[in-house]
Design a protein around this ligand. Sequence first.
Ligand code: SAM
Ligand code: SF4
Length: 328
Amino acid sequence: MSLTDGFGRKIDYLRLSVTDRCDFRCIYCMDEAPVFLPRAEVLTLEELQQIAQAFTELGVRKIRLTGGEPLVKSDLVSLVANIAKLPGLDDLCMTTNGSRLTKFAQPLAEAGLMRLNISLDTLDPQRFEATTRNGKLERVLAGIDAAQAAGFKRVKLNAVAIKGNNDDEIVDLVHYAREQGVDITFIEEMPLGVLNTDRRDHSLLTSDEVKAQLETAFNLIGTNENTGGPARYYRMDDSDIRIGFISPHSHNFCGDCNRVRVTTTGELLLCLGNENSVDLRLILRKYPNDIERLKQVIVDAMGAKPEKHHFSTGAETQILRFMSHTGG
Ligand code: SAM
Ligand code: SF4
């Protein structure tokens, strides 16, 4: 069985948000004092596992666990171990802020997690603390080392590029990635969630601007490599790492979209940039353990996947969900 949407796109990638909670408060992702969901509204580990099972039985080959911060969810390692056992999965990965990897990298590797994306926007400790509103850079750098020591292959860093925040560190971040032997992807900030700031008016740094900066220091060579996500990749002839760009504003990637998201509350979101969704939690709680019914609801939902997102550049918030709820 496979999932195909109304535009003929095959859906084989699920991004599954395991919690809306986080130990950081990144300026582009959350309010300083966010209101987290009541626990009863958040999917349980069993419900998350059933969703993963239903999607893999429907032909999904790649699952990314995200959040919020996945590693603040208790017993996450056991969820990873259970999902890793599902037949048909080629790629099980996680996006994390890295703050708890010194503790969890090894157990996650042993549980069967295959790849890690670690968010890192700056190498300056004060700026890191200001961007995350409390994070400690040294813990994340130690977490990156721990991921490498645990044997994860092709660790990838994610940096949200923001004018006036880290636009003077783009080249330094790539130097760090080269030294570590890890890939790095620069992400354009998306207008998700209403922030108590008008910063987004003037802070968009496009992938083309980031790339132009990098070209002053490195010889970038375009590739057709695809890791199953929305990034476009470049390489350099004097390093093995890849530099990726995720450009929802400047290079719309909807045409070959292969993914859907399930939020912390079990909404099946057919597109990051649209509000339409289907409530899977309702099915899970009304018909416990009825995987076939869950699969049918997912199959039926595919017809509602929109053709593309409608983010415009600039500050305007079109989507009221924060990334931490949606699952980045
Ligand atoms: N807490 C984990 C982390 O930070 O990696 C996983 C969840 S986080 C929401 C996933 C990714 O989304 C991170 O790389 C983060 O930088 C990115 N992100 C959050 N808000 C964003 C926004 N408004 N625009 C673009 N990327 C965003
Ligand atoms: Fe937390 Fe990740 Fe959002 Fe930062 S980007 S607040 S680490 S969920």
